[in-house]
Write a new protein. Structure first.
Length: 55
């Protein structure tokens, strides 16, 4: 069985960021920054999960 502890943490971070942005807790600049961060985290997570599939 795969240990997905760190991947779970990444998903929780993405969820938190998107929830805060969707609740209008940020100004326009912060929203752009948050969306960039979500994109980076998502890309990293997909790379990690793709790497685990090949091992």
């Amino acid at each position: 069985m795969q240990d997905l502890f760190f991947e779970t943490i990444e998903v929780e971070r993405i969820e938190l960021i998107t929830r805060l942005v969707s609740m209008n807790q940020c100004d326009c600049h912060d929203k752009e920054l948050a969306l960039d961060w979500v994109a980076e985290l998502s890309k990293k997570l997909l790379e990690q999960l793709s790497g685990q599939d090949s091992t």
